[in-house]
Write a protein that binds this ligand. Structure first.
Ligand code: NAD
Length: 269
């Protein structure tokens, strides 16, 4: 993809799933990558190994560098440290991928305040604080920059029993638009991707159970769940110079999930 070689990208929650695939893909495109993880250094090392393998193959040196950087995106102090560690190592930051996310399932009337806050603090407040600190850096250095928020189809589809998750992703959609509008005239683009059902550890509850998987996939017009690599491909496009006129958008990557499979056949005259 155009314009990615030599850029620096920070990916939050990159020790597994979609974040891992994005880190690997951006390294393959020639970006230096800062791999943020919260509590899984082995996963982060695995990301680094895969990324360097894709970027460099057997070559000893290929110009792509990586950094493992521990930090919890729900902690403001950690975010500031993660960003400054990235800037110190690579001399700047060009791309932020707000990927870290969690979900919990519970009837909405039974969710405790602490549990509600926990999800919002990672998925929405954490993403905003990472964006805020990154935008400060872009402006201070007078450099263009790109932010991608990893949202969800639940940015628009209500998700009963996942109230804090639904609110966080709905909020992320508006955050994407608001920040995009605010900084569009300063060379900063902000977009989101909205994955549909994707095979990653967050979905362990159904991805390893053929019956459950078939139920999930029956709601997807294309008839299958997505892969992390398919999400990463869209991110690579959106952060590249192939997408220089795109800002404030959420790109749904969902095999048609948001076309609603139940409406495939006419059900009313
Ligand atoms: P995942 O569980 O593999 O990835 C989430 C990552 O976030 C993990 O590496 C986890 O360690 C990290 N993380 C959690 N809390 C953190 C914190 N406080 N600080 C730093 N990192 C933290 O699952 P995934 O599917 O790859 O999820 C990635 C993103 O994609 C999430 O934002 C999720 O909501 C979104 N998403 C996933 C799907 C799907 O079907 N898998 C669908 C829509 C959206």
């Amino acid at each position: 993809m155009k314009g990615l070689k030599g850029k620096t990208a920070l990916i939050t929650g990159a020790s597994s799933g979609i974040g891992q695939a994005i880190a690997v893909r951006l390294a393959q495109e020639g970006c230096n990558i800062a791999i943020n993880y919260r509590k899984n250094p082995e996963g982060a090392e695995d990301t680094e190994e895969q990324a360097m393998q894709k970027a460099c193959g057997q070559a000893e040196e290929c110009g792509v560098q990586s950094l493992l950087v521990q930090g919890d995106v729900s902690q403001e102090e950690d975010i500031v440290n993660v960003i400054s560690a990235t800037v110190d190592k690579f001399g700047g930051l060009d791309i932020l991928i707000n990927n870290a996310g969690i979900q919990t399932e519970q009837a909405s009337h039974e969710v405790s305040t602490d549990e509600f806050d926990r999800v919002i603090n990672v998925n929405l407040r954490g993403a905003y604080l990472c964006a805020r600190e990154t935008i400060k850096h872009f402006l201070a250095q007078n450099r263009p920059g790109v932010i991608i928020n990893v949202s969800s189809v639940h940015e628009v589809i209500p998700r009963p029993s996942y109230i804090s998750y639904s609110i966080s992703k709905g909020g992320m959609g508006n955050m994407t638009k608001t920040l995009a509008l605010e900084y569009a005239n300063r060379g900063i683009r902000i977009n989101a991707i909205a994955p549909g059902a994707t095979i990653t550890p967050i979905n362990d509850a159904w991805t390893h159970d053929p019956e459950q998987k078939a139920i999930v996939e029956s709601h997807i017009p294309m008839g299958r769940a997505g892969t992390s690599e398919e999400m990463a491909a869209a991110v690579a496009f959106l952060v590249s110079d192939e997408a220089t006129y795109i800002t404030g958008q959420t790109l749904f990557i969902d095999g048609g999930l948001t076309l609603y499979a139940d409406f495939r056949e006419a059900w009313s005259a």
